[in-house]
Design a protein around this ligand. Structure first.
Ligand code: UT7
Length: 412
């Protein structure tokens, strides 16, 4: 039976022109650039203007991806849109995109929070590798600004809008998706939630007055979940691919917070230079975050032919998804493909065993580092909270000592 592989043959991105900087936010709420940069790494984000939406951004990004792949919308066999902020709850935005592109294929919207694009890429690869489909468009697009409470500094500073799209095509060139992992921890379902936009708590005057149609987030639990799954899921996919982090050329993490990325890099002992970060310019664009980072890295040559790339994302649900992807060279003649296929794979049993041992030893090292880092966090956090409590109490007592009214002052 012919063995097919998935290959990213085209890509395109779209971000709104409108830039909202931390300094702009300072004028809108009680926050400041220094706090945002030191706690998140974010400096600015893009926000849609009138006429722009999840569908319009997706269509622009998709047209660029189709152009790059050198195919027509009619060549597509499936469209997968990953988004938690579609134009409407019904109909699925994916069908509106299909119509605007002029495609004649199935279309579906996948809702898996910020992990959506990696879920979509993993899903598309299955249809491609099975031989069922030849070209699938996978889009990650979000208009989170529409769901932001601009008085909530806990969320307003984090998010931005944008769209990234890739064409996944069938090929005989080995590579593409090497391994994947997808997970859900639904116990954390209310950590990131828009309480009044579904059927359980349909929007009405009362819940809108309470701003329940806007995004609510418990930052701390999401942070904790994120740091755990970033290293665990990466170890999982890298091990499944029979590799170690030394074999990985590029890491594309979900662009949520620089501190989450830094912690994962320390646990994985992976260099920052090989890690794609653009959250300083776009903030957290949820399902668009991994494709935007990937596309910028493809465009500026940081992802090169045959590079092995880890993608790892986490988000509402709570969900996570990871993959190891090998980027095949774009230009390959049919003859080259035939040669590559006959040579694949040529590992001897001995080499395979050696690689397995290398992978197992590496996995143990990362797990030990993660345990040590979690243990130090468990010790440091209560100390930090205790110190913070003392500071707060000290401030309160100082305030109580201060004379409050003219009479108080005179009385002293
Ligand atoms: O795609 C997944 C999306 N979600 C995430 O990735 C979120 C993960 N969580 C995080 O990134 C972090 O938890 C945040 C960036 C959201 C918050 O950082 P933190 O270090 O957990 O801060 P905190 O909420 O514990 O707040 C620390 C202090 C508080 O003041 P006090 O109580 O110490 O006086 C907050 O009131 O910082 C204050 N604070 C702010 N100050 C200025 C919170 N937000 C802000 C703000 N500007 N925007």
């Amino acid at each position: 039976m012919t063995q097919y592989f998935s290959k990213i043959t085209g890509w395109g991105m779209y971000v709104p022109e409108n830039v909202l900087t931390n300094h702009d936010l300072e004028k809108m709420m009680d926050t400041n650039d220094e706090w945002i940069v030191s706690r998140t790494g974010i400096r600015e984000r893009r926000i849609i203007s009138e006429g722009e939406s999840t569908v319009s951004m997706s269509v622009e990004a998709s047209k660029r991806a189709l152009d790059k792949a050198g195919i027509n919308a009619k060549d597509l066999d499936l469209i997968i849109l990953a988004s938690s902020t579609p134009d409407y709850l019904v109909p699925p935005a994916s069908s509106m995109i299909q119509d605007e592109l002029g495609a004649e294929c199935g279309a579906m919207t996948l809702v898996a929070g910020c992990s959506g694009f990696v879920y979509g890429l993993n899903t598309a690869s299955q249809f491609i590798r099975s031989g069922a489909y030849e070209h699938i468009l996978v889009i990650g697009a979000e208009t989170i600004s529409a769901g932001i409470d601009w008085e909530d500094r806990g969320t307003a500073i984090l998010f931005g809008d944008g769209a990234g799209a890739v064409v996944v095509s069938r090929t005989l060139q080995p590579g593409g998706l090497l391994s994947m992992s997808m997970g859900s921890d639904g116990a954390g379902w209310d950590a990131l939630i828009v309480p009044a936009l579904g059927t359980k708590n349909y929007p009405n005057h009362e819940n809108i007055d309470r701003k329940e149609h806007k995004l609510k987030m418990k930052g701390r639990p999401v942070f904790k979940f994120a740091t755990r799954v970033m290293s665990d899921a990466t170890v999982d996919v890298v091990t499944q691919a029979g590799l170690t982090m030394d074999d990985i050329d590029v890491l594309i993490p979900h662009q949520a917070n620089q501190r989450i990325i830094d912690l994962a890099l320390r646990r994985l002992n992976f260099p920052a230079e090989k890690t794609i970060v653009n959250l300083d310019r776009y903030g957290n664009t949820s399902a668009a975050s991994v494709p935007l980072a990937m596309i910028e890295a493809l465009e500026d040559g940081r992802i090169k032919d045959n590079d092995k790339v880890v993608m790892i994302a986490f988000g509402a649900g709570l969900t996570y998804a990871a993959a190891v992807w090998q980027f095949q060279p774009m230009e390959v003649s049919p003859e080259d493909e035939a040669i590559l296929v006959t040579n694949w794979p040529v590992d001897s049993a001995f080499q395979r065993k050696l690689q397995e041992m290398r992978t197992a030893a590496w996995k143990m090292k990362v797990q030990a580092r993660t345990k040590a880092s979690e243990a130090s966090m468990a010790i440091m956090l209560p100390l930090y909270s205790f110190r913070k409590g003392l500071k707060k109490r000290g401030k309160k007592e100082d305030n109580q000592d201060e004379p409050k009214t003219q009479e108080d002052k005179q009385g002293q």
